[in-house]
Write a protein that binds this ligand. Structure first.
Ligand SMILES: Cc1ncc(COP(=O)(O)O)c(C=O)c1O
Length: 398
């Protein structure tokens, strides 16, 4: 298995920070603010109420009800508590799904660029990820014909992520329907990762595959969680919405590994899901402004091009124009070089695209204030403007 590049970059950035360097943290995939106060209060109350024991493996009934209500309110369809398995974050949910569903010989279709953990989890289960190209000039979206071509009798599942990490691309209702039509023609699972569903901008309407295709719900799995929407990455609560027999399999796997997600965190998640979403319009507007600042800023740097994404909080920039710049006597040869060079020269932490299956690209998280984004962009511009192509001597000013 490949180690997570995101975490490797983060370690390097932390080392610099420990030396007193002011690092622009555009590498991490988490909001830069605290969860709502009512969430923290609910956790404190849960501690005082003695919430210290094991719970049901797949989550307490009150949380499952809250998840069903939230899904109905936000996605327009209603699962039942028998369709819910709560795990230790959505990453854990996906991991359990890989163990439950895949075996050697199985193929799992994953559009590229992909979130780093998808193919690794498939490999861990002994199955084969089938990575299908998407194009930036087609919005990084999987064309239905490409999906059709990738399907084989061995295809066990298709994994879609909308809005996507790392590209921020989100499928419209029409695009989702076209993919669902292809799925209808083939007997396999469809896993839809909706962890960024609330984070869409410019009035984009999130399209829920489960709402659009009730006929596919017996082989459709939704992955979701509180990490991104409610700034609760550290609380580790995610879930699968799936047919009841699959939930039973997840229950067995989780019961032999982690047992329940943390009891107190489950109560915090109930408060998050049941709380008012009034403040969310403000958060969405804030992220939209940050996106605009990051995308415009990156695009203004010579050698960098950046598409405006529909959602999530990542700008996925084409940095191939920086390749060949001098880096301590050698040319920048890969996106990994570019990311380490940015960290060294501009003190900007970002994640190289190779780990997401997109060499030459770099992912910049805009979960940072507009001031930090502006200052980070200015640092990148200074670093680029001070650089020469490798092999060319800098000319001293006259
Ligand atoms: C696309 C995607 N899915 C799932 C996750 C996992 O989220 P968590 O395990 O924090 O719930 C992440 C986190 O970065 C993500 O980007």
């Amino acid at each position: 298995m490949a180690p997570s590049v995101t975490l490797a970059m983060n370690t390097k950035a932390l080392e610099l920070k420990a030396k007193g360097v002011d690092v622009f943290a555009f590498g991490v995939g988490e909001p830069d603010f605290e969860p709502p106060a009512h969430v923290l209060d609910a956790a404190k109350r849960a501690i005082d109420a003695g919430c210290s024991k094991y719970t049901a493996v797949t989550g307490i009934p009150a949380l499952k009800e809250a998840i069903c209500d939230f899904t109905e309110k936000s996605r327009g369809w209603r699962p039942t508590p028998q369709n819910v398995c709560v795990s230790v974050g959505a990453k854990h949910t996906l991991f359990n799904l890989a163990l439950a569903l895949y075996e050697p010989g199985d193929e799992v279709i994953i559009p590229k660029p992909y979130w780093v953990s998808y193919p690794e989890q498939v490999r861990l289960a002994g199955a084969t990820p089938v990575l299908v190209d998407t194009r930036e000039d087609q919005g990084w979206k999987l064309p239905p014909e490409s999906l059709k071509r990738a399907l084989t009798p061995r295809t066990k599942a298709i994994v879609l992520c909308s809005p996507s990490n790392p590209t921020g691309a989100a499928y419209t209702e029409e695009e989702t329907k076209a993919l669902l039509d292809v799925v209808r023609s083939h007997d396999c699972w469809l896993i839809v990762d909706e962890i960024y569903a609330e984070l869409v901008y410019d009035g984009f309407r999130f399209a829920s595959a489960a709402k659009l295709a009730p006929d596919l719900r017996d082989r459709l799995i939704v992955v979701d969680g509180v990490s991104k929407t409610f700034a609760m990455t550290g609380w580790r609560i995610g879930w699968a919405l799936a047919p009841a027999p699959l939930i039973k399999a997840l229950d067995v796997i989780q019961g032999q590994s982690t047992t329940n997600p943390t009891a107190v965190a489950q109560h915090a998640a109930i408060a998050a899901l049941r709380g008012s979403m009034d403040d969310f319009a403000r958060i969405r507007t804030m992220f939209q402004k940050r996106r605009d600042a990051m995308v415009a800023g990156l695009s203004s740097v010579p050698g960098i091009k950046c598409r405006k994404p529909e959602g999530a909080f990542y700008a996925f920039a084409d940095c191939r124009g920086l390749l060949g710049l001098d880096w301590n006597g050698k040319p920048l040869a890969t996106d990994e070089d570019i990311a380490y060079w940015l960290l060294e020269k501009a003190h900007v932490a970002a994640v190289p695209g190779g780990g997401f299956g997109a060499p030459g690209y770099v992912r910049f998280s805009y979960a940072a204030s507009e001031e930090r984004i502006a200052a980070g962009i200015a640092a990148i511009r200074r670093a680029v403007e001070a650089s020469q192509p490798a092999g060319r001597q800098a000319v001293a000013p006259a």
